[in-house]
Design a protein around this ligand. Structure first.
Ligand SMILES: C[S@@+](CC[C@H](N)C(=O)[O-])C[C@H]1O[C@@H](n2cnc3c(N)ncnc32)[C@H](O)[C@@H]1O
Length: 259
């Protein structure tokens, strides 16, 4: 595992209070499961979830598809344990890097993921690998962050000419699909309201979502203080959510567009 991945894994493992700061994640999971239920032609027998975290999406999947065998996975054993505490003994649980898929066998009618794949280092390669794990006619449906996420924070930093440690995310138009894969992609903005810029940064830490992009050097205390002074009142932050759907061919051949 790369040092960058180890740091992501460690940050999420320490996020014991994740659910207390996860209102956008909870809303995204609720909307994603509603979309999945509306899009799937038949009830899936086998579902694989990537980056299940504490189980915000998993609990909706379990309720929407009670007959399905759920395989819930996360790179962090601590997050997976929190998920197991929420969902109990029915599903299978596996500590796994969603980019390696080590330890997973079989085919899935549904592979789902909510707000985890923005942490991937090779998104097109990982999407191609996940697509190969789909049963004929199966769907890969995931929500991830788009380029307008946190634009208010990025703007506040740019105004003071300070570097931003947040990762860059793709637009819907330039989403890095693997060659030959056509997909359906939808986008929406969810606004999170914080009492201040400081509350926003604290929230990211509580979520375990504070691993900066490679090469970023944390702001000196004085610069951070100056920034937070400018954001010392109600602070609305955009989460730009991209929902991607890929359908496997009904008979084995190249993946095609979801309609
Ligand atoms: C923001 S949380 C989202 C969790 C959950 N899906 C939700 O909606 O609340 C991101 C999750 O992705 C996991 N994660 C990050 N990189 C991963 C990877 N390469 N493979 C699997 N899980 C990963 C983290 O451990 C964390 O649990």
């Amino acid at each position: 595992m790369t040092p960058e991945k180890r740091s992501i894994q460690a940050a999420f493992s320490q996020a014991a209070q994740y659910d207390s700061a996860a209102s956008v994640q909870a809303e995204t999971a609720r909307r994603l499961c509603a979309r999945i239920a509306a899009r799937l032609p038949i009830s899936p027998a086998n579902i694989l979830e990537i980056g299940c975290g504490t189980g915000l999406l998993s609990q909706h999947l379990a309720a929407a598809f009670p007959q399905a065998q759920l395989t819930l996975t996360d790179i962090s054993a601590a997050m997976l344990a929190r998920c197991e505490a929420r969902l109990g003994a029915g599903p299978s649980y596996l500590v796994m890097d969603g980019e390696s898929l080590e330890g997973i066998a079989g085919k899935f009618e549904l592979i789902a993921s909510s707000l985890a794949m923005q942490w991937f280092t090779n998104l097109p390669g990982s999407i191609a690998n996940l697509t190969r794990m789909l049963a004929p006619g199966g769907r890969l449906i995931f929500a991830t962050l788009g380029c307008h996420s946190f634009q208010e924070w990025r703007q506040a930093l740019a105004t003071l000419d300070l570097p931003c440690g947040l990762h860059d995310y793709s637009s819907a138009a330039k989403f890095p699909f693997p060659d030959g894969v056509m997909a359906r992609i939808e986008e929406e903005i969810i606004i999170a309201n914080y009492q201040s810029g400081h509350e926003f940064t604290r929230g990211l830490k509580t979520l375990g979502a504070s691993s900066p992009r490679a090469g970023y050097r944390p702001l000196q205390a004085g610069k951070l203080r100056r920034l937070l002074t400018t954001l010392n009142g109600p602070f609305a932050v955009s989460y730009h959510i991209l929902t991607v759907e890929i359908e496997a061919p009904k008979s084995p051949q190249a993946p095609r567009s979801a309609r």
